[in-house]
Every structure is written in structure tokens, then in C-alpha cells.
Design a protein. Structure first.
Length: 703
């Protein structure tokens, strides 16, 4: 196996990206159109295409790594399984009540997204436990069988079971699971004690329902991909990225598909961290803009920011305590990523008042932007960039996607320029600036909403459109340095090759840290360690174990997750150290500490890791620069149209270059405005430097 290659594929809304690291430590990449009617076909075809281009044979591939948007799309598009919920009598409407919070405080017309399990498919059973797991009302199996009959009559495809306080005593839930398997053997089943054995009935219920809602489509997709890989002579056993940034055997994902809801964005952040560390940076904003969405995540002190309290859907997916309430709660470990519906394929439109809007609707791969000429008639962000001159007017992706700029001009004129009475260039630039404003929300969700100043960070730009919009976004945030790595357009695929095998588990433990039995903590961590090592089919001495715990001030309704470095032991001294660490983390995140308030442990967490990822970035091999070309580009009203050099990355090897310039590559394009400069470092990264005066001016104007 050691002499075989590892190949990675990541599905995006418009393109499927494929990458491998050659034996000589250089990278090979391929972009193919995604196939929404059957995403597995696009993945298999993309892998085979890259294998053929590289002169390889399928049997030379030892492992396939994968990240996809199947689970995410099922939620965002409401196309998951018909899902029922079984819950404790009196708690049928937990999904509707949620946290009694809305994301837009002053919007009286706001409507929350519909529950993924409609009320008609939510059923109550007679049983009751207290918070310690004591049985107050025994499980009435007759009520369970009655609910099962109704579920059978409704012809649902999946069932979630979430009983009150089942995290403290799993007996009732497990029995319901047995009855469901007996009477509904073909239905996908999720038990909250398997998915999320923690306190908080809404988050636990929502996460369990999400797991069932995405279960059948994820299962069907993975089985289809496995069959297609096997038919092509490729390894049918493949690995999936999960939302916390580790990789697991795809077969384990079928049982807990909710863990891959944000796997694609997570892979990109893993790749961005590898780039950042080798480029000599320790603090950076990872900015990923593809064809459908834009994502942002913070890397601080060289470490990924993780969370376990996430929301997906509702216009923006995030984990911020300060900007939630619009999506579906997903309380599973994730890399802290904020995501908005803004990408190259995002459709440009005007609301009833005539105001210009971008997204979240996307033209996707089919019918695509108007300039693709394959059926899309509405203007998109890509069409605006085509009008501005940012994109090659002949073809994209190294000639793989032919385009017609005239179609972009027609669409943008019809929808924006003529109705608003402005010139076409101004209309296109307005779209470009507007989408940057929309993406600012994503960046602020992981910076200012966390008590961090964006000006203290660099920005790593990747994704098919990251290099086009990164400087505009950085300017609006006061960020002075943008890094665009080699293969930026397929960095999420490359990130899969840097990830380690990893899985996590958690358990509830609500105790004050100065009044908890150390033996209880030790046993809890020991049980979790055994569980996660078994999931990886490894012994305890074969895995690296990471211990964490969720803490809060007594009476709070939210927690912070901190390392529990003492692992299986808890003494009076390290309990005090934990208290100090929590006070500091709380003040850094929320701006205050409550020195006189007791601190509680809420949950214990354990992660098992096996080092698997590539140890270092592929080498950047210089080559002869492509001939320089000139293109007329509109950089906004301050500069107007400027004759701009169009170059490739290798052209920067001769030394720094002042803007304006457009750097075109197979995987993507990087824009260097007239007041910026670009250079290339030893690792092949493009470093774009913004003028301090420009970023300061923009920030002051925003304030």
C-alpha cells in the first residue's frame, strides 16, 4: 500500500475538484462539472480523468479520500428523507419552540424555517425520566407500537427517537429502537443516545432529526459511489472527511451521517492551515469562495477553531452565540466555519423595492451562469466578473469551460443596468462589491463575534472564486495581506490529503468543578476513550487521545469547550487551573468574567486520532512563465477601465509586481488591483499586499 497514491475528490455546487500528490511531491489537479442528478458519477469520472491525464492506472491508486455536499444540500434544499420523530409525551413541539430566538430582532415578518420533521409525523409515547435517569413513568410499549403503526401508514423513510433525559438513562430509547427495527426494518433509525447523549432537549432533538433527515440520501450516495469506484477498478473502500476535520471510513458515516454536514468546508480549512504554517504565518482567516457558497474560518496561533454548537440553514451556517436562531441546531463537533449563500453561481436579482440582491439562489453547474451558454439566463456573480474583465473571455478552468461574455452583458443589462439606469460597468462592479458585503457576514461571525479583530489576521484565499474576491473582502475588513496558495481552486480536495483519521464522542456530566468526584470524571473519560478507539478499530495505545470538556458559569445557557489536559485525573490543584483557564477564555470571547460565580462541567469529550495526513505541502516547481497578455479591466469608479497585464503564477518568480494585474491559472484567478502588489514566496504562494491607507480608510468609513 505504501507505494500507491492517495487521491482526493471534493464536490462543490458547480465543480467537482480532484487532486493527488505525485510520487515526486508535486500536485496534480482536475476540475470537472458537478453532476447534481448523480454526484457519484462526477466524482468517479473526475478521478478517472485525472488518473488518465497523469498516465496512471486505476490499480495504482491505493486510497480515495472524499468530501461532499450531499448532506448539506439535503438540508438547504429541503430534499432529505421523510422523517418522523418519537419523543416523550408533552414534548412534541420542541422543534417548533427551539430557543425562542430570531436572528433578525427588528424584522416583524421573519419566518423561521419549517421543522425537518413536520408536526403530523411527530409522535409522543408514555414514559418519563428525571434528570438523573430515575424512572418516573415506565415506558408504555403499547404507545410505542401505536406510534409505529402511524409511522408505517405515513410511509416515512426515517425515524428519530429523542426522549427527555435519555442521556442519563438510555434504557427506554434503546427499547424503542429495538421495536422500530422489528416492525420497520427498512426505515433509517437514529437514537439520540447514539447521536448526541448530552443535555438540552432541543439541540439533542434537532441533531437526531438532522441525522435521520440526511441518512437515506447520504446512504444512497455513498453506496452509489462505492459501486462506481469498484466498477472503474478504483478502491471501493474510501475515507470521508467529517465536519471536525478528521477522516473516517465511509462505512461508519452511514450510521451517523450528520457528522459530514460540513465536511467539504472542513477539508478546505485543513488545507489552509497547512499552507499558513509552511508560509510562516500563525494567525489567518481561511476564506473559501466556490460556485454556490462562501465560507470563513479562523486559524489562531496555528490552531483550528472548533465548536460543537452549530446551525445549518437559515441563510447562514455558523456557530456564533451572537448571531443564531435562523437555522437548524446541529450539536456535533465541527470546525468553526461560517457559511453564506454567495458564490460565483449566485444569481443577481432585484427585490420588489428595486434593491440589488445576490443569492442565496445559485445557478449551480446546470444551467450555470449566463456566459456558460448552457441554459442559464439570469445574471450571476461570475457574469458580473466577466463583464468587469476579471475572467478570461474565452474559457474558464484552463479551457475546460468555454464562455460567451456577450451573454453576461445581455443578462446584466436586462436585470440590473437598464432597470437601475446605470452604466453596465458600474452595475457589474456593484454586484462585485455587494457580494463582498454579503461575505463580510461570514468573516465577522468567526472574528468580531468571537472578540477578534480581523486586522490582526492575514487572509488565505481559496476556492474557484477566492482569489477574485479576496482583496475586495480584505479591504472592507482592514486585512492587509492575502495569501493565495498553489492549487487554490482545489484546496479543499488537497486538504483531504493532509487530514488525520479521527473520531470523537461525548457524554453529559453536569457537576461543579470544585465539587465533582474525580472518580466519576476518570470513569467518564475512560469510557469515552474506549468508545472512540473501538470506532477506529485500534487499541488505546495505538491512538492519540485528546480530552476536552464543556464548561459554563452556573446558570448560563451556553458553554465553552476547553482542553482537559489532565485527562483521566482531576485534583484540587488542576481544578483551580481549569477555573482560571475558563475565566480567561470567557473574557476573551465575551468580554467579561464572573469571578464570584461557580463553574460547571457540562459534558466530557474524547477524540481518538491516528496520524495519516501528508506531513508537508507538495513542492512548488517553477517553470517558464506563459506569455503576458493585456486586457481592459474595470476596477471601480476610482480607477475606471485600466489596461491590465494578464500573467500566470510563474511570472512572479522574477520579483514583486505592482498592480494592476490578473493572475490566471487552471484552478482559478487572482485579482491584484492598481493600488496593491503581489509577489511569490518559496512555497509558491501568491502574497498580495494591500496599502495600509486603503484598508484603514475603508474601515473608518464603515465605522
Amino acid at each position: 500500500m505504501t507505494d500507491k497514491l492517495r487521491i482526493a475528490a471534493d464536490i462543490g455546487g458547480t465543480f467537482t475538484d480532484v487532486a493527488l500528490i505525485r510520487a515526486d511531491r508535486t500536485i496534480a489537479t482536475r476540475k470537472v462539472s458537478s453532476t447534481p442528478e448523480d454526484y457519484a458519477r462526477g466524482v468517479a469520472e473526475g478521478i478517472l480523468e485525472l488518473v488518465e491525464v497523469e498516465g496512471l492506472k486505476p490499480d495504482e491508486i491505493g486510497e480515495v479520500m472524499h468530501a461532499c455536499t450531499v448532506a448539506t444540500n439535503a438540508i438547504l434544499e429541503g430534499k432529505g428523507a421523510r422523517t418522523a420523530l418519537i419523543t416523550t409525551e408533552g414534548f412534541r413541539d420542541v422543534l417548533e419552540m427551539r430557543r425562542i430566538r430570531v436572528p433578525r430582532l427588528y424584522d416583524p415578518l421573519y419566518e423561521k424555517p419549517p421543522a425537518l420533521s413536520p408536526r403530523k409525523w411527530r409522535f409522543e409515547v408514555e414514559e418519563r425520566l428525571d434528570h438523573k435517569g430515575n424512572v418516573l413513568t415506565p415506558l408504555d410499549e403499547a404507545s410505542v407500537l401505536k406510534a409505529i403503526e402511524k409511522i408505517k401508514a405515513a410511509n416515512v423513510e426515517a425515524v428519530a427517537v429523542c426522549l427527555l433525559h435519555s442521556y442519563a438513562n438510555s434504557e427506554h430509547e434503546l427499547r424503542i429502537g429495538e421495536l422500530l427495527k422489528e416492525h420497520l426494518p427498512d426505515v433509517f433509525i437514529s437514537l439520540s443516545v447514539d447521536v448526541l447523549p448530552e443535555i438540552r432537549e432541543y439541540e439533542r432533538t434537532s441533531t437526531s432529526v438532522i441525522n435521520s433527515f440526511v441518512g437515506p440520501p447520504v446512504k444512497n450516495y455513498l453506496e452509489s459511489l462505492r459501486d462506481r469506484l469498484a466498477a472503474a477498478g478504483l478502491p471501493s473502500k474510501f475515507f470521508m472527511m467529517h465536519s471536525a476535520g478528521g477522516i473516517v471510513d465511509s462505512r461508519t458515516v452511514i450510521a451517523k451521517p450528520a457528522q459530514i454536514v460540513e465536511c467539504g468546508p472542513a477539508a478546505g480549512v485543513i488545507g489552509a492551515r497547512a499552507v499558513m504554517l509552511e508560509a510562516g504565518f500563525t494567525d489567518a482567516i481561511a476564506f473559501d469562495m466556490g460556485g454556490t457558497t462562501a465560507k470563513a474560518s479562523l486559524i489562531e496561533g496555528g490552531q483550528l477553531m472548533r465548536a460543537d454548537d452549530y446551525e445549518v440553514g437559515g441563510g447562514i451556517s455558523l456557530s456564533s452565540k451572537l448571531a443564531k436562531g435562523g437555522g437548524y441546531a446541529l450539536k456535533l463537533p465541527v470546525i468553526d466555519i461560517s457559511e453564506v449563500g454567495a458564490g460565483g453561481g449566485s444569481i443577481v436579482w432585484r427585490d420588489r423595492a428595486g434593491a440589488l440582491k445576490v443569492g442565496p439562489q445559485s445557478a449551480g453547474a446546470r444551467p450555470g451562469p449566463a456566459c456558460y451558454g448552457i441554459g442559464g439566463t439570469e445574471p450571476t456573480v461570475t457574469d458580473a466578473n466577466m463583464v468587469l474583465g476579471f475572467l478570461n473571455p474565452e474559457a474558464l478552468a484552463g479551457g475546460a469551460v468555454p464562455v460567451n461574455p456577450e451573454l453576461s452583458r445581455e443578462a446584466l443589462t436586462r436585470v440590473v443596468a437598464d432597470p437601475m439606469g446605470i452604466e453596465l460597468d458600474r452595475a457589474a462592479f456593484g454586484v462585485h462589491e455587494l457580494v463582498s458585503t454579503v461575505m463580510t457576514r461570514a468573516v465577522k461571525s468567526v472574528t468580531t463575534f468571537r472578540g477578534r479583530d480581523p486586522r490582526d489576521f492575514s487572509m488565505i484565499a481559496f476556492g474557484g472564486n477566492g482569489g477574485i474576491h479576496s482583496v475586495s473582502l480584505a479591504r472592507s475588513l482592514g486585512v492587509s495581506t492575502v495569501i493565495v496558495p498553489p492549487g487554490a481552486g482545489v484546496l479543499s480536495a488537497l486538504g483531504l490529503l493532509y487530514a488525520d483519521i479521527e473520531t470523537s464522542a461525548s457524554m453529559a456530566l453536569l457537576k461543579q468543578i470544585d465539587n465533582v468526584d474525580p472518580a466519576v470524571v476518570s470513569k467518564g473519560f475512560a469510557d469515552l476513550a474506549t468508545r472512540v478507539s473501538n470506532e477506529l478499530a485500534r487499541s488505546l495505545n495505538e491512538v492519540e487521545l485528546i480530552y476536552e470538556a464543556d464548561f459554563r458559569y452556573r446558570g448560563q445557557a451556553f458553554e465553552l469547550t476547553l482542553p482537559f489536559e489532565q485527562g483521566l485525573s482531576l485534583t484540587e490543584q488542576n481544578a483551580l487551573q481549569t477555573r482560571v483557564a475558563f475565566d480567561e477564555a470567557h473574557e476573551k470571547t465575551y468580554g467579561y468574567r464572573l469571578a464570584g460565580t461557580a463553574v460547571e462541567i457540562v459534558s466530557l469529550r474524547a477524540t481518538a486520532r491516528v496520524r495519516k495526513g501528508a506531513g508537508s505541502l507538495p513542492e512548488y516547481r517553477s517553470r517558464k512563465p506563459a506569455p503576458e497578455r493585456i486586457r481592459s479591466v474595470y476596477f471601480g469608479p476610482d480607477w475606471g477601465r485600466v489596461e491590465t497585464a494578464v500573467i500566470d503564477r510563474a511570472a512572479l518568480l522574477s520579483g514583486p509586481r505592482s498592480g494592476p494585474a490578473i493572475i490566471e491559472e487552471y484552478e482559478g484567478t487572482t485579482i491584484v488591483p492598481p493600488d496593491c502588489s503581489a509577489q511569490i514566496d518559496a512555497k509558491g504562494n501568491i502574497i498580495v499586499t494591500l496599502p495600509v491607507s486603503a484598508t484603514t480608510k475603508t474601515l473608518e468609513a464603515a465605522e
